[in-house]
Ligand binder design. Sequence first.
Ligand code: NIG
Ligand code: FE
Length: 416
Amino acid sequence: MQTLIKNIKELVQVETGRQKLRAQGKEMAQMETVKDAYLLVEDGKIKAFGPMSEWKAKSGERRVEKEVDATGRLVFPTFCDSHTHLVYANSREHEFVDKIRGLSYEEIAKRGGGILNSAKATAAASEQELYDMGRQRLEEAMRLGTGAIEIKSGYGLTTESELKLLRVIRRLKENSPLTIKSNFLGAHGIPMEYRGHQEDYVDLVINEMIPRVADEGLADFIDVFCDQGFFTVDDTARILEAGIKHGMRPKIHANEMAVSGGVQVGVKYNAISVDHLEQMGDAEIECLKGTDTMPTILPGCAFFLNLPLSPARRMVEAGLPVAMASDYNPGTSPSCNMQLILSMACIRYRLTPEEALNATTLNTAYAMDVSHELGTIAVGKKANFYITKPIASYEYMPYSYGENKVERVFLNGVEM
Ligand code: NIG
Ligand code: FE
């Protein structure tokens, strides 16, 4: 089955030469486009693209099974959202109000709120309820232009509850048109009964949870919330080693609350990404150079918690790649809107539109290990793209924040 998108005002973020797995340093500012373009899809993959004049010359204007006229509209690859906690049971707007009144995220967590609050609600929810909520949220993310998403467990914090979350994620993987990767985050919070002897909880994660998760093949990645007030560098190292032994690649939370050693331990265990990075010194930037680890910034979380901004520009200027994801979760970033992340990348972190697009598509695809098949418009990649409403230019995408500029979404070549 072939689908032709024709008369595209501008086809954005194409790759014509050798396909890159990620963009770093100066490469982040490079982004190719084709004006007055066509895009041909066959059997779910990108078959060809180029100027309309080329299509007319080579096709003799032959008609294909499905044609879409994109006059006045731009086409972009869908966003890849490489860091979410999309499967959760309850919203947490009461804590939001507590924060406005002056409590910090860490203080709420210490009192047993925060992640533990979500864990209680998750334990009470059935697998079907969690699945239905997950489906709805995925639909919302897709309508905003997201075509691939990573989803973490971490609101279970007991073996059964963590397995329940991961089984929900597996069902979403099997039944959703989005490309989904799963991440086991048993070490997300320290349950009340383990306070003061958290190494026993770490033992539970290592000796009971990880083997069960691996037995059922439930996780692509292993995550730890390595930060002040949560898991230590030693806890993290032990958990990552166990995860690696069971075939899971590390992808961790680091340096949100403090310069915690999280970046270093992530790099040491060849994490595919280290995420958050609100607290970054020169040593952290140095340590990421020349590694396979993608530094990932979560602008929604910094916005929602009023945290310091990660030094994105300094990282790019140091030659590093930078990715930006939503961190969609009920406690620190209750939005899956990657268009908003794109805007924040430019407005708050001073990335150019080209850099911001690379940060939210190709580099996030890398951070979830799918950049060989997603993240740009390239021949042979999955045909995951969106057509905008009539807009003036690609710079309008980050410029006009808060408005949904996506009109039609195609995943695997099929209109959603
Ligand atoms: O990425 N920082 C740790 N985990 C999540 C927040 C989880 C929550 O508060 O529910 C995050 O921000
Ligand atoms: Fe997170």
